[in-house]
Design a protein around this ligand. Structure first.
Ligand code: GLA
Length: 721
C-alpha cells in the first residue's frame, strides 16, 4: 500500500520516500514530514503543540498561523498567504475548511479539461474538507507513483452552497517546510536565452517566479526546487515542484515569522478569477512533487523517468525519433519547391529521415507580416500544393513534416477580414500587434472548430508524418468578447482549456504523427504541452555554446527526449559564433536530433562528416534520449559543459564534454564521470583503452587538451568482462 491512514494520520510512501500529514484534532490536515522513508513519526513537536482534542479545540483558542498546513486558506486564523482564496456572493472572504471525509482510490485521477499524468500503477488519496457555512468543499488530491517516487497534488473546489462564489486564487499544491534554511532554485530567461538557473538563499518574505503572459513563457518556467544549503549535483536534499500547465503560473515560497517556508505552485492568481455557480466544480492542474536525497541530479533523474513513463504518450514517447532537417535557418521565407527538393535530396543522401517545411508555405506569407489563419497552400511557392511536395519527398524515401501556428491570426489574412472579432481584443481599443499578429480567442467554440478543421485539412493535404506546432506571441489587451464582465478574468485559463481541447483532438485524430511543440523556441516548454507532444523546440538559439547552457539547465526537469536540438550553420545566426561541426552535433545529441542549415552550402568533407554523425545518432539514440542523465560540468559558471547518459543496466554510457575557450599549457584535466558500475570495466571505443567504473568516477577520465575554441569530445563506453 502506498497510502496508509491510521490514527488520524496519512502516510504516503514511495519506494524511497515518505510524505506524512495528520488531522489535528480530527479537523485540519497538518504537514508533519517529507523526506527519506520512515516507518512513522512518533514524537513530532507539532503533535505536542496541538495536543488538544476535538472537544477543547476551537478556532478562538487556537490559531492555525503557526502550523504547517496541507491546505492553507485565506479568511481563517492562518494569516499567511494561502492556497485558496474565495470571494463569497455577499462580498466576504471568510473560510474555514475542516476535514469531512477521505477515500483512497486505485489509479490516478483524470482532470476534466486538463492534461495529467497516466497512472494505472498509482494510488490516489482524496481528502475532502468543507466550509460548513458556505457549502464550499475542497478535495485535496494526492496521487502516489510508488515505484517512480513521485507524488502529484491538485485541488478541486466544489460549490454545494446556494450562492455563487468567486475563486480568486486556487493553487495546486502547498507544502510547509518547517525549516527555511534552504536555497531556492528557479529558471528564468528570455527569447533565445531560456531557462537560466538561479540559486538563492531563502529569506523572510515572499520569493517567487511567475508569468502573467498567458503562457508558461520564455521568461520563467513552471518548475522550482528547494534544497539544502549543501546540495550539489550529486548529494544533498532537493525538493522539486513542477506544474502540468501551459498558462500563467505562480511558484513561490513565503518564509514566515517562525522561519517556516510555505511553498506554493499553481495557476497565477494575478488576472485570474473563476465564478463558481452552485453545483459547479473547478479543478487545478497537477503539480508533481519530487524529493531527492541524491542532490539535484537525483531529482532530475526522477523527473526524467516520470516524464518518459507517465507524461509523454503515443508511439514516439519511448521509441526512436527521426533525424530531421528543418528548412527555417536554411531558407527562411525564401524558398520554392525546387529549392526544397534539392535540399531534401541532399538530406536523404546524408542519412536524414525527415524533411520539415517550416513557416511560409501558406496564404501569401513571404514575411512574418501576413497570412496566419489562412492555412491554404501558397501555389506561387508550391505550384503543385503541399501534396505534390510531400509526395515528391516521400518518393525520395524521406518522411515529411510541416510547421503550423494555429492559435494566431494576421490582420492581413482572409480569416481576419471575414472574422475580425475572432481575436482577443477589447471593444474599440487598439489591437496591439506583436510580430504583426493577434491571438485567436480560444475561449470561443467557433474558433476552436475552425482551427481543428483547417489544421486537420492541412495535415491531410500534406500527408504529414510530423507537425511543428508553434505559438509566437503572448496575450495583451485581455478581452474575451463572449464572456460577461464578471468572468473576464477567466480568459487566461479558458484560453489554455481551449488550447488543450484543440491539441487533444488533433493529436488523437493523427496518432501516427510526431508532434513537436514550439513557442518562438522554448516559450511554452512545460509538462502540459508535453502530455500531447513528446518533444519541444528548446530554443531559437542554435549556437552550440549557448545550447550547452540551455540544454544543461533545461535538463533539470526535462529529459533529452523532450528537447528539440539542431545542428545549424556557422557563423551562427543568433550569435555570429563559429563552432566546429563536431561540437554542434555533439551538443544537438543532448536532444532530439536534427539539422537546420543549407546542406547545399557544405563541402563534400562536411557532408561526409554528417553521414558519420547520422550513423552514430541512429545507433545511439535510444541511449541518448532515454538513458539516465548526469550533468558533469556547469556551463554557466565555468569554461566547460559536460553531461553523460548511462543505460539502466550500466553496461553502456555516452559522455559529452565541451570546452568553451581553449587555453594553452593546461594541466591534464580529469573528468569525474557518474552513474557507472564501480565494479565493471569499460572499454573506450575511440582509444581501445579499458578503465574501471570506479576509476572513471573517482579518479576521472583523461580529457584531451583543448586545441581550439569550442572543442568537444564524445566518449562511448561499453562494459567488458
Ligand atoms: C518561431 C520558431 C522558429 C521558426 C519561426 C518561423 O520563431 O521558434 O523555429 O519556426 O517561428 O516563423
Amino acid at each position: 500500500m502506498s497510502i496508509c491512514f491510521e490514527n488520524n494520520r496519512f502516510h504516503l510512501k514511495t519506494r524511497r520516500y515518505s510524505y506524512i500529514f495528520e488531522l489535528t484534532a480530527g479537523r485540519y490536515p497538518v504537514h508533519l514530514y517529507w523526506g527519506r522513508k520512515v516507518r512513522d513519526i512518533n514524537d513530532h513537536p507539532l503533535s505536542r503543540l496541538t495536543r488538544y482534542d476535538d472537544k477543547s479545540f476551537t478556532l478562538n483558542e487556537q490559531t492555525l498561523d503557526h502550523l504547517p498546513l496541507e491546505c492553507p486558506v485565506f479568511g481563517g486564523s492562518d494569516l499567511r498567504p494561502g492556497m485558496l482564496h474565495l470571494l463569497h456572493a455577499d462580498g466576504t472572504h471568510a473560510l474555514d475548511l475542516v476535514y469531512k471525509t477521505h477515500e483512497i482510490l486505485d489509479g490516478s485521477k483524470v482532470i476534466q479539461g486538463l492534461p495529467s499524468a497516466r497512472g494505472d500503477d498509482a494510488q490516489t488519496l482524496v481528502v475532502t474538507l468543507e466550509d460548513r457555512v458556505s457549502g464550499i468543499k475542497a478535495d485535496l488530491f494526492y496521487t502516489v507513483w510508488q515505484d517512480l517516487d513521485v507524488i502529484a497534488r491538485h485541488l478541486r473546489i466544489r460549490n454545494e452552497g446556494t450562492a455563487h462564489a468567486m475563486i480568486e486564487e486556487a493553487m495546486s499544491a502547498s507544502v510547509d517546510f518547517e525549516n527555511a534554511d534552504m536555497d531556492l532554485l528557479t529558471l528564468s530567461g528570455s527569447w533565445a536565452r531560456e531557462r537560466e538557473p538561479f540559486r538563492r538563499s531563502l529569506v523572510p518574505g515572499i520569493q517567487a517566479v511567475s508569468t502573467e503572459r498567458g503562457a508558461s513563457s520564455h521568461q520563467t518556467s513552471p518548475f522550482i526546487a528547494l534544497m539544502s544549503k549543501n546540495a550539489t549535483e550529486r548529494s544533498g536534499d532537493v525538493y522539486g515542484f513542477a506544474l502540468c500547465y501551459s498558462g500563467s503560473f505562480y511558484a513561490g515560497v513565503n518564509v514566515d515569522q517562525f522561519g517556516m517556508a510555505r511553498t506554493m505552485m499553481g495557476i497565477n492568481p494575478y488576472n485570474f478569477a473563476w465564478k463558481l455557480q452552485p453545483g459547479d466544480a473547478f479543478e487545478t492542474p497537477e503539480c508533481y512533487l519530487v524529493y531527492s536525497d541524491t542532490g539535484i541530479g537525483g531529482m532530475s533523474r526522477i523527473y526524467h523517468r516520470f516524464i518518459h513513463e507517465r507524461i509523454t504518450s503515443g508511439r514516439f514517447a519511448s521509441g526512436p525519433r527521426p533525424i530531421l532537417i528543418n528548412n527555417w535557418e536554411a531558407t527562411y521565407f525564401n524558398f520554392n519547391e525546387d529549392k526544397l527538393l534539392e535540399l531534401a535530396r541532399c538530406a536523404k543522401d546524408v542519412g536524414i529521415d525527415l524533411f520539415v517545411l517550416d513557416d511560409g508555405w501558406f496564404g501569401h506569407r513571404d514575411s512574418d507580416n501576413s497570412s496566419l489563419g489562412d492555412w491554404t497552400d501558397d501555389l506561387n511557392k508550391l505550384p503543385g500544393g503541399l501534396r505534390h511536395l510531400s509526395d515528391s519527398i516521400h518518393e525520395l524515401g524521406l518522411k515529411f513534416g510541416l510547421w503550423v501556428e494555429p492559435e494566431m491570426i494576421s490582420p492581413d489574412s482572409d480569416l481576419y477580414r471575414a472574422h475580425p472579432d475572432w481575436c482577443i481584443h477589447v471593444g474599440s481599443r487598439q489591437r496591439l500587434e506583436s510580430r504583426q499578429q493577434l491571438v485567436l480567442d480560444l475561449t470561443r467554440s467557433d474558433v476552436r472548430e475552425y482551427i481543428v478543421s483547417a489544421i486537420s485539412s492541412a495535415i491531410n493535404r500534406a500527408n504529414a508524418d510530423y507537425i511543428k506546432w508553434d505559438m509566437n506571441r503572448n496575450i495583451s489587451m485581455w478581452g474575451a468578447s463572449q464572456l460577461p464582465a464578471d468572468q473576464q478574468q477567466e480568459l487566461g485559463h479558458r484560453y489554455i482549456l481551449g488550447l488543450y481541447e484543440i491539441v487533444d483532438r488533433i493529436t488523437k485524430a493523427f496518432p501516427a504523427i510526431l508532434f513537436e511543440s514550439c513557442s518562438g523556441g522554448g516559450g511554452r516548454f512545460d509538462l502540459g504541452m508535453l502530455t500531447f507532444m513528446p518533444q519541444t523546440w528548446c530554443s531559437d538559439d542554435t549556437d552550440a555554446w549557448m545550447r550547452c547552457r540551455i540544454e544543461s539547465s533545461t535538463s533539470l526537469l526535462f529529459p533529452p527526449s523532450a528537447m528539440g536540438a539542431h545542428v545549424s550553420a556557422v557563423p551562427n545566426h543568433q550569435t555570429g559564433r563559429n563552432t566546429p561541426l563536431q561540437t554542434r552535433a555533439a551538443v544537438a545529441m543532448c536532444g532530439t536530433f536534427g539539422y537546420e542549415l543549407d546542406l547545399l552550402k557544405l563541402t563534400p568533407e562536411e557532408l561526409d562528416e554528417i553521414r558519420t554523425i547520422n550513423t552514430r545518432v541512429h545507433a545511439w539514440q535510444m541511449l541518448l534520449y532515454y538513458g539516465n542523465f548526469y550533468r558533469l560540468c556547469d556551463p554557466y559558471n565555468s569554461n566547460e559543459a559536460g553531461w553523460m547518459v548511462v543505460s539502466d543496466d550500466r553496461s553502456e554510457a555516452i559522455v559529452t564534454h565541451v570546452y568553451a575557450m581553449a587555453y594553452p599549457n593546461q594541466k591534464q584535466r580529469m573528468l569525474l564521470l557518474d552513474g557507472l558500475d564501480p565494479d565493471l570495466h569499460y572499454l573506450d571505443d575511440a582509444t581501445g583503452r579499458i578503465y574501471g567504473g570506479d576509476e572513471l568516477m573517482y579518479h576521472g577520465y583523461p580529457l584531451k587538451t583543448a586545441w581550439n575554441d569550442y572543442m568537444s569530445q564524445q566518449i562511448h563506453l561499453t562494459a567488458v568482462k
